[in-house]
Design a protein around this ligand. Structure first.
Ligand code: DOR
Length: 432
């Protein structure tokens, strides 16, 4: 039926500058009416959002689903189950699967698996280069026809500037943004963390922040040259923020995202060689984290994106140098990012914007709002509920979560996709 009546909630819909008490009638999977009436249509299920915040369905711009090829880490079904438990109604998934999503058949496979799972909406990204090898372009036209929403070699940087230019020209032709992994592969070859005092202390090879800076600057120059839309993934350094800001001030079509882990952690957490904190780009210094937070406040970033990167004990419980990079993030994003609100870095409304209309606009997805007629993708959350992050309870198949055991505020109560309840919290989560 996909009808319901959501009452008593504080509705935050940043796209429409709404923050107030409203009741929403959902009919046929769409937002049918905003009302102050306390009685809904007869026979329609009621969702009581008392003490809760009702927002457009959250969108993650950066998820690794690992299917096809590494389903022991995650598959589409477990990935979307984790997504909806984290409040995400839509996720955008990266191309670094095995085989790589560099052709229409892999894209169609992912979309088909998402349809079967029937939880979150899944928007696949196609590779820029075949096999992510950086040697020749992937089947961009075929993938555009198969419905990719962007192109990215995420996980790797396209080292060859000429090929990147070509990729951007094709992307522009098909109206697709480029999602850019910005780390100079020569500067970061053989490194395991950020280069600085901490890497010296730990005796690990480090990658300087300039590895990010040179590629962000290069690709902004190429966006100027080609007219392509550029989205810089997981910005991690002062230099990256400054380069994106400069590009935006020049009027170039460049957007950027930042991850929860770069906003909350620094390379200090590597003191015990905890491989859960090994990630690309690496966790950097307190000064970098402060610059990222400033960028959030000033609007340099359009989105917070999880970079959910599942790995198992096989890849992580090994010496630091050999461990795989990445951490999961879908099911910890809300409570972890609520720290930014409780620490008064940003407001709750801005946080909601960064997970809804911000990412939707970045990739041109028809989501992120609750206007009458829109698909009723809705996230209902209790921002004050006390939670302890327990990765053992996650729906993801992987457990590589550096926030395990953190005491936070913020609990997802419901996730709705097209008016259908796809996640509902069990009991637990205390108010104090
Ligand atoms: O740490 C990372 N892990 N960074 C990436 O860009 C890729 C990701 C992965 O796929 O594991």
């Amino acid at each position: 039926m996909n009808d319901c009546f959501i009452i008593n909630g504080r509705v935050i819909d940043p796209a429409r500058k709404v923050d107030g008490r409203h009741n929403l009638i959902v009919r046929g999977g769409r937002v049918a009416e905003w009302t102050q009436a306390r009685r809904g249509p007869t026979g329609v299920p009621v969702i009581d959002a008392r003490d809760a915040v009702v927002t457009p369905g959250w969108i993650d711009l950066h998820t690794h689903l690992r299917e096809p090829g590494e389903e022991y880490k995650e598959d589409v079904a477990s990935g979307v189950a984790a997504a909806v438990a984290g409040g995400f109604a839509s996720i955008v998934c990266m191309a670094n699967t095995k085989p790589v999503a560099d052709n229409a058949s892999v894209i169609e496979h992912i979309r088909q698996q998402a349809r079967v799972a029937g939880l979150a909406r899944v928007y696949p990204i196609g590779a820029i280069t075949r096999g992510l090898k950086g040697e020749e372009l992937a089947d961009i036209g075929d993938m555009a026809a198969a419905g990719v929403v962007a192109l990215s070699d995420d996980g790797k940087t396209v080292a060859n500037t000429r090929l990147m230019r070509k990729g951007m020209e094709y992307a522009a032709t098909f109206g697709l943004p480029i999602v850019d992994h910005c780390e100079d592969p020569f500067l970061c070859a053989g490194t395991a963390m950020h280069e600085g005092a901490q890497s010296t202390r730990l005796g690990l090879a480090g990658s300087p922040a300039e590895a990010e800076e040179v590629i962000v600057q290069r690709d902004i120059a190429l966006a100027r040259l080609t007219g392509a839309r550029l989205h810089v993934a997981h910005v991690s350094a002062v230099q990256g923020v400054d380069a994106v800001r400069a590009g935006q001030e020049e009027g170039i079509a460049v957007t950027a995202e930042v991850t929860p882990h770069h906003l909350l952690l620094t390379d200090e957490v590597l003191a015990g060689y905890d491989t859960r904190c090994k990630v690309n780009p690496p966790l950097r210094t307190a000064a970098d984290r402060a610059a990222l937070r400033r960028g959030l406040r000033e609007g340099v970033f359009a989105a917070i994106a999880t970079d959910h990167a599942p790995h198992t004990s096989i890849e992580k419980d090994v010496p630091f140098d050999e461990a795989a990079c990445g951490m999961i993030g879908l099911e910890s994003a809300l409570p972890v990012c609520m720290r930014l609100v409780t620490e008064r870095v940003i407001s709750l409304c801005r946080l909601v914007e960064l997970f809804t209309i911000g990412p939707a606009r970045t990739l041109g997805l028809p989501r992120g709002r609750l206007a009458v007629g829109d698909d009723a993708d809705v996230t209902i959350l209790d921002p004050r509920a006390a939670v302890v992050i327990r990765s053992s309870a996650f729906r993801s198949k992987s457990r590589n979560c550096p926030f395990d055991g953190w005491r936070c505020r913020g609990k997802v109560l419901y996730t709705l996709v097209g008016g259908r309840i796809v996640y509902r919290a069990g009991p637990g989560g205390r108010r104090q």
